[in-house]
Design a protein around this ligand. Structure first.
Ligand code: XIL
Length: 360
């Protein structure tokens, strides 16, 4: 039998290997060795790119649709669904032995144009719950964003409870959130039910307020026994703007864990707007900021997944056309560049993943 001491020594020597040489494993393998899932957002048209799909299949253990599950993409006319693009993503995931994450069942944004007037006129709960049931009955998923971004972003709240104005808030008041989670649980008893949002990571007073209204929302749900399994932390970071406050983030994640909730990092990317035109310097700053975030996020045993919001810069939303044309400027937010080469962000992620302390 291997002694505890020998195990610790083996662990220490593994860590002692310098990070200089790039880890030859995939991100999903490094993550799996540390008990969490690595995945990424992808859009169905990306699956036609033969430069990209081998990388996607190799690196990611989980996929989340970038657009295809948004209600505007699915329910083009009331009760009439077009599942074709979403089916393509699920079929790809199944072929490549990946799990799926759902995004998103209820959001203020990306709704079909017919929904707002109908909801305002009828205030019918079924306009929320029928959709949730339809999607969840069709697909098997590991987790799903039941409600996305119900809170006003840091610094923009106009209500004391922090809720973001939306068609759902107008129709039902804040109770729409519980309504959505109950409908989700009734439709699928197994999928992890997630509340997903952004603004948790930085240190400003506005972020402090955002963290506290989030805890109030979650506490209310837990007290009312609303079925919720996880908080989704989008993780849209900024290399040259508002930086991650590691101390505050650590304390906040601890609060989430103390409530018995799972933590999922759902949309990690690092905006490099505001950096110089020196690509190496931008890439370094992007990598450093992600590392500062991931070291804290992965140190919490409740963190069960990290997903990037796209795996390659080729598929990051195009910046302003004039920047692209005149300056060949392209956002460099993801682990692979537009030529499908690994970037310093890939290394930073691999190192943060490999360095996770396992809690037994
Ligand atoms: C974004 C897509 O990436 C964009 O292409 C689209 O124009 C808008 O939606 N938070 C979310 C995601 O929850 O759904 C958003 O995705 C990015 C911010």
């Amino acid at each position: 039998m291997i002694s505890r001491r020998a195990m610790l020594t083996a662990g220490a020597s593994a860590l002692a290997f310098p990070a200089a040489a790039q880890d030859s494993r995939s991100l999903k393998a490094i993550a799996a060795a540390k008990n969490f899932t690595f995945g990424t957002a992808a859009a169905s048209y990306e699956l036609k790119d033969a430069d990209f799909t081998p990388i996607l299949a190799r690196e990611a253990a989980q996929l989340v649709p970038e657009y295809e599950m948004k209600r505007r993409a699915l329910e083009t006319r009331p009760g009439v669904y077009d599942f074709a693009d979403l089916d393509t993503l699920f079929a790809y995931a199944a072929r490549n032995r990946m799990t799926m994450r759902g995004h998103t069942l209820c959001w203020y944004y990306a709704n079909p144009a017919w929904l707002a007037p109908m909801l305002a006129a009828k205030r019918d709960e079924k306009l929320l719950t029928d959709h949730i049931r339809t999607v969840l009955r069709r697909y098997r998923m590991d987790s799903v964003d039941v409600v996305n971004e119900a809170l006003a972003p840091p610094g923009t709240a106009t209500r004391a409870d922090g809720f973001r104005p939306s068609i759902w808030l107008d129709a039902f008041g804040p109770g729409y959130i519980d309504m959505a989670f109950h409908a989700a649980r009734a439709a699928d008893p197994r999928v992890k039910l997630v509340y997903n949002d952004w603004g948790f990571e930085q240190g400003s007073a506005d972020n402090d307020r955002f963290r506290s209204v989030t805890l109030r929302l979650l506490d209310g749900m837990l007290k009312r026994k609303t079925p919720i399994d996880a908080l989704g932390i989008q993780g849209h970071l900024s290399a040259f703007g508002n930086k991650v406050d590691q101390r505050k983030l650590r304390a906040f994640l601890q609060e989430i864990r103390d409530r018995g909730l799972i933590i999922l990092i759902t949309e990690l990317d690092v905006d490099d707007t505001g950096g110089s035109y020196d690509i190496a310097a931008r890439d370094r700053a992007v990598a450093d900021e992600a590392r500062r975030f991931l070291d804290v996020a992965l140190d919490n045993p409740a963190t069960q997944a990290v997903l990037t919001w796209n795996l390659s810069d080729r598929y990051v939303d195009a910046p302003d056309e004039w920047k692209l044309k005149l300056l060949a400027w392209r956002l460099r937010k993801t682990p692979y560049d537009a030529q499908m080469r690994k970037k310093p962000l890939w290394d930073a992620m691999a190192q943060a993943f490999a360095g996770r302390r396992l809690h037994y």
